[in-house]
Every structure is written in structure tokens, then in C-alpha cells.
Design a protein around this ligand. Sequence first.
Ligand SMILES: Nc1nc2c(ncn2[C@@H]2O[C@H](COP(=O)(O)OP(=O)(O)OP(=O)(O)O)[C@@H](O)[C@H]2O)c(=O)[nH]1
Ligand SMILES: [Mg+2]
Length: 415
Amino acid sequence: MGVELKKRNGWDTSDSLEELSELAVTAGAEVVGDGIQKMVAPCASTFIGKGKADEFAEHCRQADVDTVIFDDELSPAQSRNLEKVFNCKILDRTSLILDIFAQRARTREGKLQIELAQLQHLLPRLTGFWGHLSRQKGGIGMRGGEGETQLETDRRRVQDRIARISEELEVVRRQRGTQRSARQRNHWALASIVGYTNAGKSTLLNTLTGADVLAENKLFATLDPTTRRLRLPTNQNVLLTDTVGFIRKLPHGLVEAFKATLEEVVQADLLLHVVDVSHPQADEQVQSVNAVLKEIGAEGKPTLMVFNKIDQLNGNRSVLTRFLERHPHGVAISAEKGQGLPALLAELGSQLRPLREFMELSVPHHQTSVIARLHEVGQVIERSYEGKAARFKARIPPHFHDEFAPFVVRHLQTA
Ligand SMILES: Nc1nc2c(ncn2[C@@H]2O[C@H](COP(=O)(O)OP(=O)(O)OP(=O)(O)O)[C@@H](O)[C@H]2O)c(=O)[nH]1
Ligand SMILES: [Mg+2]
């Protein structure tokens, strides 16, 4: 069920409802129908108007519906009142997304984060509501053994649990921080793949690095971040991270809960923003992703726009042309068919280049380990082997400058 508010801009209510259907199917539901009410402002007690609610409830009874999902976040009171009217389970977009996340979480951190978000979402809905839910077993919105046993407990115990999870998360996060600083000691550039859910982020990571992250035509296939090393044709190493996708109206609590996972994005030197250009709402999806980036504090980071799924455009390339006009450094690819990847790698190299300095070095021939090291960490552009020493023009990441300082002849202009 969606509501079309007068002042609402951006996506159509019907587009949003279509996405809600996809979310419901992803969560394991079968969608039998939908409904929209046009109104000036949502109703405080039942969200949609009481008359409309009765009318929809009658439809639902006839279709033997067991769950009604609202496309907007409902207040605890609205949920309770709607349950009385519909006499079945009422979910909102937030609890549906939380449910999908609960199904998908694999790592300890992921599970803790989602449980935290679920408990925080349920806390204000405790009174009465939980007693009702506990009578129903299974189904969407009921995932997670922990969640179910919690249904019987009181607010106090939920709060204790929230505190415990927060502490545990703190420990897991510290470990992540240690891992990250270990990686940074390698001084490789960090790039994060971001984008709307189902845009093809995991497929891109797999194609570029031979990783085997699950990629499928479902929303939120990926929850936990995966990092792989990518060696560019320029010899530069990049650590590429694939992480959870974004969606419009992403529950704020979930963004909060996933802040640690999204740290990868905040820390990155460069973002690869993957866009499914074959999607009819590609424009709105880009805006939603930018809104979430802003929320997590990753606004204004150097970003490479990656326009994916060009194999699905079927000759209708005007959308792509428009995107490329707006983003002249953007690249068009098909992650699945492997189209456009050389251009993507080249653009990656050139966007990361400012991170390295161009210099001329002279290394005595017998210092073979220095020469080997130079080829390992640097990008050698030119070499000549005259006299007693080999001469190189190379790009070297700043943190290796000390190591090569004894051999530097002069610094060159960066290209
Ligand atoms: N036709 C076509 N399909 C693609 C392309 N890239 C990805 N896909 C498909 O799009 C679907 C989603 O791909 P994923 O890589 O799982 O997308 P994701 O962005 O990681 O999605 P989430 O992890 O769910 O946020 C899969 O069915 C892929 O096979 C492409 O270039 N062309
Ligand atoms: Mg993915």
C-alpha cells in the first residue's frame, strides 16, 4: 500500500510500490495486489484514511491476504490500529528491509548490526504489539531466533540486549580497525564500489578481480563487505571493496547500524559509483545513492561514475549519452559481458595517479633488490641502462619516497 502525497517529489508512488513488490518477493512473499491512496497528509491514526482502510481490508479478506505492507514507515500506533482494521500482519517498508537484511546477514558483525537495528525499530512498538506478534509463528518480519524469543520479554530486557550488542559490536569494530590499518601499511589505494542495490557491484568486483561474491538478481544480495586486490595495467595496486547496496528510503536506523561496514566507503580514496543504466529509474537511483553517501559522511569524495549493463540498452543509448554528458569521466561498461573494462581500468589508473609522484632515479646495477622493489611498488615509465647505474622515470606512491630517497635524481612534473 502506498500513499500519494501532494507535496511528494521525486519518484512516483507507483515506481516505489513496484520496488516494494520486489523487496517483498526477495523476502519470500507472493504479491497478490497493491493499492494507492491520494491524500494531502497521512492520517495520524491509520496512515491511510479510515474509509479507504476498510475498503482495502475487504479486498484483502476476499483475496485471503495474510500480510499488508505499507511503503512508508508507520508509527507504532498506526501499525496497531491497522492490524485491527485488516485483521492480519501489518509491515512497513522499514521492517521489510530489516527482514531481508536479517535473512542475508552472514558474518558475526552483520548479524549483530541487523539485530541491533531490528531491536531499535521494535522497541517503541513493544506495548501490546509484541503480544500479538508472538501468537503468529514464522513469516516475513519474524526472522531470527533471537528476535522471536525477545517477543515475550519486556522492554527492560530488550534494552539490556541492545546494550550488550552495542558492546560486542564495539569489539568487532576494533578488530576491523586493526585489519584496516594493517592494509593501509601496504599503502595501496583504497577504492569502494557503491551503488543502488542490484546495480551490478558484486558482478563488477568478480569480473575485475576473479572474486566469487554472490551476485544475483535480488535486492540486497550483498551485506558484508569483501575486499580484493586489483592490479592495474599501470602496475598500481588498488584494494577494491564491494559492499552493501543502497535503496531509496533506506531506514535511518539501518544506516546507523551499518556505519561500521560503511566505514570502508568513508575511508576510500576513490568511489566507483555503479549505475544500472538500463533501469527506468536510473536517475532517481543515482540521487538516492548520493543522499546515503551524504548521510554517512562520504559526500564529495572523488568518484568514478560507472554506467553498467549497457548490453541491456537494446539500442536505446540516449540515457547513457545523457549520463556521459553530465559525467565526462564516466565509463560505460557491461560487468557481465566484460565490455568497456579496459577504459574503466585506464580511468581508475588516471584518477588514482595524483596519489603518486613522478620522479627520476638512478640505481647502481648491482642493487638488484632496489630495482626489483621499484618495479613492485612503482610504475616505471622509462628506463635506460647506461654506465654503472640504471636510470628510471617512475611514479612512486608518497609513502615509499623515503625508501627511494637515496636514488632520486630529480622530481618531475606530474602528468
Ligand atoms: N545484463 C546485465 N546484467 C548484469 C550486469 N551486471 C550485473 N548484472 C546482473 O544484475 C544482477 C545484480 O547483480 P549484482 O552484482 O548482484 O548486483 P549488486 O549491485 O551487487 O546487488 P546487491 O548486492 O543486491 O546490492 C545479477 O543478476 C547480475 O547478473 C551487466 O552488465 N549486464
Ligand atoms: Mg552485491
